[in-house]
Write a protein that binds this ligand. Structure first.
Ligand SMILES: [Zn+2]
Ligand SMILES: [Zn+2]
Ligand SMILES: [Zn+2]
Length: 262
């Protein structure tokens, strides 16, 4: 399994419009952060988690040519406003793309993008998507996937855990993506036990109403003990090189283009 971080930035992106801070003005490419999403590749298939406003730029930057399914966490703009770009994958792969989310997410997608689901033209120009209610546990492309809720302020949003079974040459492997979170309820903490890789929200140093701050995220990592943790949904508060050097050995800042394999 490969997890490719397509975007590691918070909702503003980094650089942020009109900001002259050292991180926004940095020439370090790791301080350039698209809005947050990941691509999970396994057995020749690719699952995209969220469609950011920069989906097109992300796919060009990291040469993504295949999306076989999309999972949504929630429908804040930084997670859904690139949905229309999926039509390029319809064309390249000559197939519909299944899209998964909870009932509220699917309702929002129908409301935000009514033209996609109306018969207004014969072929072409629109994404071809099928909408599916996500199950708490399901199999997809040889992966065992679990979806479960975490709290994003008062909004419940979905987190995802991907488990690849042991195969001849490789051991079992697990990765979880928990973005946009300020509280993880105990039953969801239980689903995050024994992870190889945890990708977790940490928007800035201090706590935030709807996101973990760095020290809250580190406390969660201490409790869950993943083999490796990466922090995402990062704002301009974090200079990659400076902050990364101060993190515990099993924790790192994610960055756009980071490929995590196991
Ligand atoms: Zn977000
Ligand atoms: Zn800035
Ligand atoms: Zn959000």
């Amino acid at each position: 399994m490969e997890t490719l971080v397509l975007g590691s930035g918070t909702s503003h992106g980094v650089p942020m419009i009109g900001c002259d801070c050292a991180v926004c003005r940095s020439s370090d490419p790791k301080n350039h952060r698209f809005r947050p999403s990941i691509l999970v590749r396994h057995a020749g298939k690719a699952i995209l988690v969220d469609t950011t406003p920069e989906l097109r730029m992300q796919c060009l930057a990291f040469d993504v040519r295949q999306v076989d399914a999309v999972l949504f966490t929630h429908t804040h703009a930084d997670h859904v406003f690139g949905l229309d770009d999926l039509r390029r994958f319809n064309d390249m792969m000559d197939s519909e793309i299944p899209v998964y989310g909870d009932a509220d997410t699917l309702d929002d997608i129908r409301r935000i993008y009514p033209y996609i689901f109306k018969q207004t033209q014969a072929g072409g120009g629109k994404p071809r998507l099928t909408l599916h209610a996500v199950e708490p546990e399901f199999e997809m492309f040889g992966l065992h996937i679990r979806s479960f809720y975490v709290q994003h302020g008062k909004l419940p949003v979905l987190a995802y855990r991907f488990d690849a079974p042991a195969q001849n040459s490789s051991a079992a492997y697990s990765c979880a993506y928990v973005t946009d979170v300020s509280f993880i309820p105990p039953d969801s903490m239980a689903r995050l036990a024994n992870l190889d890789v945890l990708i977790l929200d940490a928007v800035r140093f201090e706590p935030h109403a709807t996101h973990f701050g760095l020290y809250q995220a580190l406390d969660i990592i201490t409790l869950l003990k993943p083999r490796q943790a990466y922090l995402t949904h990062l704002s301009h508060a974090f200079d990659h090189e400076i902050v990364n050097a101060q993190l515990p050995p099993n924790v790192a800042l994610a960055y756009d283009g980071l490929s995590i394999t196991g």
